[in-house]
Write a protein that binds this ligand. Sequence first.
Ligand SMILES: *Cc1c(COP(=O)(O)O)cnc(C)c1O
Length: 360
Amino acid sequence: MVEKAYNSTRVVVHADHIRNNIEVLAGKTGAGVLKMAVVKADAYGHGAVNVSQITEDLVDWYGVASVEEAMELRDARISKPILVFGVPGVHNASIYERYNLTAVVSDLRQLGILHPGTRYHLEFDTGMGRLGLLPEQVAEVRDAVSKADHLQVEGIMSHFATADEPESGKVLEQLELFRSVRAQFPEHFLTHMANSGGICYYPASHFDMVRHGISMYGYSPGTTAEKELKPALSWEATVVQCRALKKGQSVSYGARWAAPDDGFLITVPVGYADGIPRLLSGRFNVMLNAKPVQQTGTVTMDYIMLYSGVPAGIGNSTVLLLDTESAHAGVWAKTLGTIPYEIVCGISPRIKRIVVNGDS
Ligand SMILES: *Cc1c(COP(=O)(O)O)cnc(C)c1O
């Protein structure tokens, strides 16, 4: 895919913020707990290879959704253990061995699919309602695990449904169920359950390892703001056109917005194909040369428009769509009634990601 030119738009990934966030989270878990950086979905839009390189000296494991995502990391010479959350199948079983990946077994049939020597963790569904072995299957699971002695079982895990809510009764139920399952397997199994919500709100869920995704990228897992976390991503674009707009002239598809006064129409080369949801049309501000300006008219596939009382220079004006301070992805998410995860994952791969460290 051809990337949009460096100077028309770029996503800036702040390495120091990601490192700060890992330290903040480590402060919550304490020193003895292992850390898994969850870098699925191209590290929530930040670039999986970028984030893995930024974090390799700080974390113990990586977590990805698919073997393809894991292969990308291995090809980039990431050597830490990688846990593949997705379901192993006949078509990809050989890759775990070849790329030195750890499988998640969520159904006993998978034990017959994985190749000899493959390492795996058992996943139990304690209430998430998605993937996993059932707690009432424990005896059967233990039996199958001991029979599958061509494989290496190494860990046991589960996933929360509601850990983004502090004081969730469901979290406590899941925890209790997981503990009772856990107790029926040998002590040395690496045990892990906590996502970002678990890390922030449920110390009892930390076990041997935590799996941080959204919080590592700087967003609070729930509606309670975690003030020490710093959003790691900003998104910039340059102005490609600026021309006079007369009072009453309409802007964009549907002609739903018209200039309240004489002013300037400013066109910026990013649209819904780049990850600005069309439902945000007219509902967000950007910073244009460090001043807030409301986006106007319908968001189009490749462009958004701004209206301003003063002109902006073409090619040398900076439009900041998202920043790492108060105008971060969580603001768009709130306006849309969704979560920051969906906003950052939605930023198109056609936009170049640039890593910076500190003020550089
Ligand atoms: C995505 C995912 C995580 C990370 O969740 P966050 O809420 O982003 O911290 C942890 N564990 C599993 C199994 C996941 O799929």
